[in-house]
Design a protein. Structure first.
Length: 88
């Protein structure tokens, strides 16, 4: 019995070295972002309805992004925002 074409295609993609390299490159940042979102008891939804939950998710993501930018050196000088430059 032959497996469905979708399974064969996925298996071929998963064994491709280029796909594996991309997977290893992109998975850690995605996992990190999800871990930040669900940290401190945020694994379950607190509101009823998609609008309220969507608003919560966008607010949580914005707060996390702002915290990350501040940790990277975001400052405001003379009414403009600046990131600390990285000298190499």
């Amino acid at each position: 019995m032959r497996p469905a074409d979708g399974r064969v295609d996925r298996h071929q993609a998963a064994t491709d070295p280029g796909w594996q390299a991309d997977y290893r490159r992109f998975r850690p940042p995605v996992e990190r972002a999800v871990a930040w979102l669900v940290h401190h008891g945020n694994r379950k939804l607190r509101h009823r309805g998609t609008i309220k939950n969507n608003t919560w998710l966008r607010t949580r993501a914005a707060a996390l992004n702002l915290r990350r930018l501040i940790n990277l050196g975001l400052t405001r000088t003379d009414g403009t925002w600046h990131l600390a430059s990285v000298n190499t």
